[in-house]
Write a protein that binds this ligand. Structure first.
Ligand code: HQG
Length: 186
């Protein structure tokens, strides 16, 4: 994992915007699984393949995946995090999660989360982390006062909830109902 320069981080953010939230601002449309031809993205963002490759390889969370299709065309997509307003199905197979997963959130969200459970809000899925540190990092994007929830993924699986694992190690599920998580005491 290499450090990106400030310009590269800015490019990574633009790529997230286009590949997860608002492809139309770049005049692009994602295919049903979220992919766009790399050459189309390069033209839309006015960047070179080398500039793109540095961001894909150096991104701290491997947010983007590049794959060569059967037609020989290189395509790129975001590995997770898409907005619900973008009609994308990543087509990930169901996967067996570890017994416990974690979710970091601003403490201010807790009353509502305790009442309603974890909901995907503006995204397609609830995003869960495989370890506490990652969950803390996710929560800290939004607040210095972060609560980490321990999600009983084993019980959820037993009662029929389906999980998917993104290409960059984020666990995805539709909702986490009340009763399937508790606040972690540090
Ligand atoms: C909260 C980033 C009140 C939830 C991360 C979170 C992740 C509720 C916020 C990925 C709630 C949604 C996703 C309820 C959930 N009441 N608040 N019932 N249910 N919330 O950004 O999980 O860096 O959509 O706790 O690393 O923070 O962008 O989800 O605080 O993998 O690559 O509502 O985005 O990836 O926020 O983050 P988000 P998230 P990137």
């Amino acid at each position: 994992m290499s450090e990106l320069t400030r310009d590269q981080v800015r490019l990574s953010r633009r790529m997230s915007l286009v590949l997860r939230h608002r492809p139309e601002v770049a005049g692009l449309a994602l295919d049903p699984a979220g992919w766009v031809p790399v050459t189309d993205l390069l033209a839309a963002l006015e960047i070179t393949r080398a500039e793109l490759d540095v961001v894909v390889a150096g991104n701290d969370k491997s947010r983007f995946a590049v794959a060569t299709g059967a037609d020989g065309v290189d395509r790129i997509r975001a590995s997770q995090g898409h907005s619900r307003r973008v009609n994308v199905d990543l087509d990930l197979p169901p996967a067996d999660p570890p017994a416990t997963l974690y979710h970091g959130t601003p403490r201010a969200n807790l009353p509502s989360i305790m009442r309603e459970g974890l909901r995907p809000r503006s995204r397609h899925h609830v995003h869960l982390s495989p370890d506490v540190l990652t969950a803390l990092r996710v929560g800290r994007r939004r607040s210095a006062d972060v609560a980490v929830l321990e999600v009983d993924a084993a019980a959820m699986t037993a009662s029929g909830h389906v999980f998917h694992l993104s290409a960059n190690g984020v666990w995805l599920t539709a909702v986490v109902p009340p009763g399937h998580f508790r606040e972690r005491s540090e």
